[in-house]
Design a protein. Sequence first.
Length: 263
Amino acid sequence: MMDFDALLTLSTNGKTFANPRRVALLKAVHTTGSISQGAKQAGISYKAAFDAIKDMNSRSQEPLVTSEKGGKGGGGASLTHFGERLVQMYELLDKIQDMGLKALNDENAPLHSLLGIMSKFSLQTSARNQLFGTICDIQRYELHDLVIIQLAGKHRISATITHGSTVRLQLAIGKDVVALIKGPSITVFNEPASKLDYDNQLKGTIKAINRDNTSAEITVGLSEYDEICALVDNDNLIKTNTNINASIYACFHSTQVIIATMC
């Protein structure tokens, strides 16, 4: 495993405009309301801070910092709206860069897709299951579309959505998406179920079971890349073999699948 660090630098015309040191200074000025105090907090001299801010202000389309005269020991300073947005953008790029470095050390991370990286390291939803895949087919019907998603392993997921959603999300064959499925929407069987009731039936093996007095959360391994969790009433498990490593079908209807993507 390679433990890389990366320093994000923004340049214009081949000359450094913002780097970690300058962004730390902007944050410190924003916090303290002063260039001199901001310089102390950032660990640099007042002259270096003043020169850096002057350089950024002169080369930016809008000033990043506004200040009132008061000499080295006085006067107030604050970030402009554009300056605040620049800091926010830098923090956003830094997070994306950090996710990329994490993905390099994870063989299961899809480095070809920003959406795939975000779904693995950053995306948080109320849906228990989020599965990254690629659209391999879209079947158009009169009132809806059936979108087929190929996962990293052998499995495919069907999602029923309106045609308007297909257009709005700009869905097409080959586009990366994340399928979101709530745990209570999924049930499990040892044998295939009726296709009329469950048009998604993913065969896997039981990896973990957590129970309480009324229900059980069953984690089903689908491949080395994917797993899915079902939340099932204990009464529905009476005739089901739920031993660890037992073969199991995770079943749910395509209408229970929500598609997320980056347009």
